[in-house]
Design a protein around this ligand. Structure first.
Ligand SMILES: [Zn+2]
Length: 462
């Protein structure tokens, strides 16, 4: 068995593992590179394998950095199956169509300004052809995607439908056990279950995004959320603007608003969700009650029925969105995108940043170079839609909502392995996070972790 690391090697995007085992060649994930321009240019590079000869793909979850190049495979002749959970397939339809649309927009904009930009990697037709190849798999169900290969998905607790992948490769009495963690969630987070413990592995591929730090506890974050919302709405008479990722974060916030209302800590809130994508993902999340943890089951629904929580309105059209411009206070507005790079959040920021009564509340990571990062870093004015907008609103960052396991949680997950892994490789983490995590693993367990580079291969009997 030969495994090649094609992405997310000493970096956090472009997840893609190529397995060559006997007659079967397959991938676990086929993600896009995101971030700096040079990184994104890699998405258009020629592939390191022939998609027409790929037997199948196993997809860990719907995030674009794990799934974003799948329609490109289809465009280039891939016709095998994509095995993943049903919730992931439903999210893929929303996320990949959005990705196709964004690529088209950027291409048109670049042409208008005479900039060179590669054409879109795929369109909506490629996305629908991909969706037809997707085959839903339940957690714990053993499938045989090719002779001599068994695969089982386990709940990774990262986003709705996310999975770790357990593979058994080989026909003999001792097939090779390979486990790919996928992105792992932080235990104790709202809505989703905690990550399932890892099965025994001859080779374990583990993520390391937050391998070098711990998150703030969620209950402290919720205390801060209550204080900020109350202070803004009751004392200052302003609005709270929350830039939020459409997948996961928006649903977590709605869930928290509801549970805080049930606890009597935040009553009578008017919450507006102003993102068609977040609305679609919330509907999908509400359909998958079977994936909720115990606590979320008790709360029953994320979007409250009348009378038992905040009044939540989902705004569909741009005209509905504009009506919020006249609202001078008392509203919580949740809008995408999470880093303020696009979407309706930009127009809410343009209206709300100049007034000191309002609060802009960040709940997620802000990458360097984004509008969100500039505001977090204390810019006194920012440029939005061609206008210079003064920043007078209060800016708050809540630290405890991460979708990724922190160092303590990652070590705890490894600690639940039934035995020492034969080999351990760290992926999906920046250089420093990976290096520090490898050191933490060595001091906790005495295991040597490898940190492969992009393009590295390893061979194992199996
Ligand atoms: Zn992810």
């Amino acid at each position: 068995m030969k495994l090649t690391f094609l992405g997310a090697a000493r970096e956090v995007t472009g997840s893609c593992l190529l397995f060559e085992a006997g007659s079967a060649t397959f991938l676990v994930d086929c993600g896009m590179y995101q971030g700096r321009r040079a990184l994104e240019d890699r998405n258009a590079e020629s592939l390191h394998f022939d998609p027409r000869r790929l037997s199948f793909v196993i997809l860990s979850h719907a995030h674009i950095d794990h799934s974003g190049l799948l329609p490109r495979l289809v465009r280039e002749g891939f016709h095998g199956r994509v095995y993943t959970t049903r919730a992931t397939i439903e999210l893929l339809e929303v996320l990949l169509n959005d990705s196709a649309w964004l690529q088209q927009q950027e291409y048109v904009r670049a042409q208008r300004h005479g900039r060179r930009r590669p054409p879109p990697l795929y369109d909506a037709d490629d996305v629908s052809r991909l969706l037809e190849l997707c085959e839903p798999v339940r957690y714990g169900e053993a499938l045989t995607p090719a002779p001599g290969i068994k695969a089982i998905l386990h709940d990774a607790g990262h986003i709705l439908g996310s999975a770790s992948v357990e593979l058994h490769i080989g026909n003999g009495r001792h097939p090779l056990a390979v486990v790919v963690s996928g992105d792992l969630g932080q235990p104790g987070r709202p809505i989703l279950r905690d990550p399932a413990p890892p099965p025994a592995a001859d080779l374990l591929i583990c993520e390391s995004t937050y391998g070098n730090r711990d998150h703030k506890p969620l209950d402290e974050t919720l205390d801060e959320l209550v204080d900020v919302v109350k202070d803004t709405l009751e004392n200052r008479g302003g609005n709270v603007i929350i830039p939020a990722f459409a997948v996961g974060r928006t649903q977590e916030l709605l869930y928290c608003f509801k549970s805080l209302a049930v606890e009597g800590r935040l009553r009578g809130l008017d919450v507006f969700v102003d993102s068609p994508m977040a609305t679609a993902v919330t509907r999908i999340t509400e359909r998958h009650f079977e994936l909720y943890d115990e606590e979320a089951r008790r709360l029953a629904k994320i979007v409250p029925a009348d009378g038992d929580g905040p009044r939540i309105q989902f705004l569909a059209t741009a005209a509905e969105s504009m009506t919020l411009n006249d609202r001078r206070g008392g509203a919580v507005i949740v809008a995408a995108s999470g880093m303020c790079e696009g979407g309706r959040i930009r127009h809410h920021l343009r209206h709300h940043l100049p007034n000191a009564r309002n609060t802009v509340m960040f709940t997620g990571f802000q990458a360097g170079g984004t509008l969100g990062r500039a505001i977090v870093d204390g810019a006194t004015s920012v440029r939005i839609h061609g206008d210079e907008v003064p920043v007078r609103a209060r800016v708050v960052t809540l630290g405890g909502f991460s979708a990724h396991a922190d160092q303590t949680a990652l070590l705890a997950w490894l600690g639940r392995l039934p035995r020492k892994p034969g080999r351990l490789c760290l992926v999906h983490g920046e250089e420093q996070a990976g290096e520090d995590f490898a050191a933490a693993i060595a001091s906790r367990f005495g295991w040597q972790a490898e940190r492969p580079l992009r393009g590295d291969s390893l061979e194992l009997p199996g």
